[in-house]
Design a protein around this ligand. Structure first.
Ligand SMILES: Nc1ncnc2c1ncn2[C@@H]1O[C@H](COP(=O)(O)OP(=O)(O)OP(=O)(O)O)[C@@H](O)[C@H]1O
Ligand SMILES: [Mg+2]
Length: 288
């Protein structure tokens, strides 16, 4: 962002003190199922409802929210830590009403920070947590130690699958690893079925997963909804315009509107500890 924008953002950030951001981690088992497109367009749709939304690209070395937005960010979270920049300097603000941060290098780097950098990271994170209503993390596919930690720190998570059996099986494997390593009472996982041919097909995919998750993992999976398979998404990606903006009447856009309505009508999960405290404990688990 330019200097004026960074200055304005810094001023606004200074005025905020109370942490209230609701944090959502988006993950999947299999790659290429539509996480980044969902995370981005979901963020834009929330933004259109007047929410202040920050999307954090935390896909290890493969982040591509910037490409979907047609942006070329100058800085990333890694450069912030390297060069002691302020978080407002690395935020790309205003594209389609949302803000964006690129993660830069691997997630695992964040677990090997020295004490000074760690303190600085937490301090800067605290600033964004009190500035935005929502922080959405787009994680890469799979369930590494780092993914686990970020998902557990977030207020809730959304697992994305398509209706293909391979994608469903991998979503189950990722959830299994997450659930067995978490306290079931403190995590909320919702399923998003992407590229469904119909509502019925999405429901079948959800019911399949819900039943195995209940039976074998003793966990009640939530259903956040589905996005229809839509060739306009492919076109929108090629044009580097988020599909929510690209075509008002597109099938994917309309299904996302239903998802947002369901989501905003549901009560948000209550968490006893705030996000920053959960991030702190995720580091104390790793950093000695
Ligand atoms: N609802 C949809 N309808 C049609 N095509 C879609 C839809 N969602 C995603 N796609 C296609 O799938 C591709 C991959 O999407 P995306 O990059 O969001 O996946 P991803 O899960 O983030 O991938 P990765 O695991 O590599 O991060 C898109 O470029 C687009 O072509
Ligand atoms: Mg992605």
């Amino acid at each position: 962002m330019n200097r004026d924008q960074a200055h304005d953002l810094r001023m606004r950030m200074k005025q905020q003190t109370v942490e209230h951001a609701h944090t959502i981690a988006v993950f999947s088992g299999k790659g290429g199922v539509g996480k980044s497109n969902f995370a981005l367009n979901f963020s834009i749709a929330l933004g259109k409802q007047g929410k202040r939304v920050l999307i954090f690209d935390l896909d290890i070395g493969m982040g591509n929210i910037d490409i979907l937005l047609g942006l070329q960010p100058k800085y990333s979270l890694s450069t912030m830590l390297e060069k002691n920049l302020q978080i407002s300097d690395i935020i790309e603000e205003g594209t389609h009403g949302i803000s964006y941060i690129a993660g830069g290098t691997g997630l695992s780097d964040f677990f090997h920070l020295d004490q000074t950098k760690y303190d600085y990271f937490i301090q800067q994170l605290q600033i964004v947590a009190s500035t935005y209503d929502y922080i959405i993390f787009d994680l890469g596919a799979g369930m590494s130690e780092e993914h686990l930690a970020f998902i557990q720190a977030a207020d809730e998570s959304i697992v994305v699958t398509t209706t293909e059996p391979t994608s469903i099986t991998d979503a189950y494997a990722a959830m299994k690893r997450l659930i067995v390593h978490s306290n079931r009472d403190y995590i909320k996982i919702s399923l998003l079925v992407n590229r469904a041919q119909s509502e019925q097909e999405a429901q079948i995919a959800f019911t399949k997963l819900e039943s195995v998750v209940t039976k074998f993992l003793y966990y009640k999976l939530n259903f956040i909804g589905f996005i229809l398979d839509d060739r306009l998404v492919v076109e929108a990606v090629k044009k580097q315009i988020p599909y929510y903006i690209f075509n008002e009447r597109g099938k994917a856009k309309k299904s996302l509107d239903h998802v947002i309505t369901n989501y905003t009508n549901e009560p948000a999960p209550k968490n006893t500890r705030q996000f920053i405290n959960r991030v702190r404990s995720m580091f104390t688990r790793k950093v000695d």
